[in-house]
Design a protein. Structure first.
Length: 147
């Protein structure tokens, strides 16, 4: 039996700001250097806000790591987070990686391997598989449609 879970948009949970700076090369050429910051969108619940900040700090990691930082057991975290926010740990970390991936693909010319590294996923292949699973498109085609 499939359980109904609320749908989410990564941009609803995290805000990614990409900035670019024009840097002169030698002679007449210039190039852009990109940097980005990720901030969780505030919620009315302090526990959820603290958890979202940890996701920004650590990216995808074990539930035990988050629980230890929050001062609760892993079991308490796994029960409380969906009850309070409507989303489990996996959905929060997926939203974090997806928000970064979409912002960097849309606003930079970074190759996919560099975007994958920014999301802290294990490899470019892992990022491409994850991105296709979440959006239904490869990073290449998503970028073509959204730039």
């Amino acid at each position: 039996m499939k359980v109904n879970t609320p749908s989410f948009n990564a941009a609803d949970l995290f805000e990614v700001k990409v900035s670019r700076t024009l840097v002169p090369d030698d002679g007449l050429r210039v190039h852009y250097e990109f940097s980005y910051t990720v901030q969780p969108r505030p919620t009315p619940n302090e526990f959820v806000n603290r958890f979202a900040e940890l996701v920004c700090r650590y990216g995808k990691c074990s539930a035990g790591t988050y629980a230890a930082q929050l001062g609760v057991t892993e079991r308490q975290l796994k029960a409380a987070l969906p009850a309070i926010s409507g989303f489990g740990i996996q959905r929060w970390t997926d939203a974090y990686c997806l928000a970064i991936g979409e912002a960097l693909l849309r606003e930079t010319n970074w190759p996919t391997r560099q975007v994958a590294k920014a999301t802290r996923l294990a490899s470019t292949s892992s990022f491409c598989h994850f991105f296709r699973k979440m959006t239904g498109e490869s990073p290449f085609y998503w970028r073509l449609r959204n730039q």
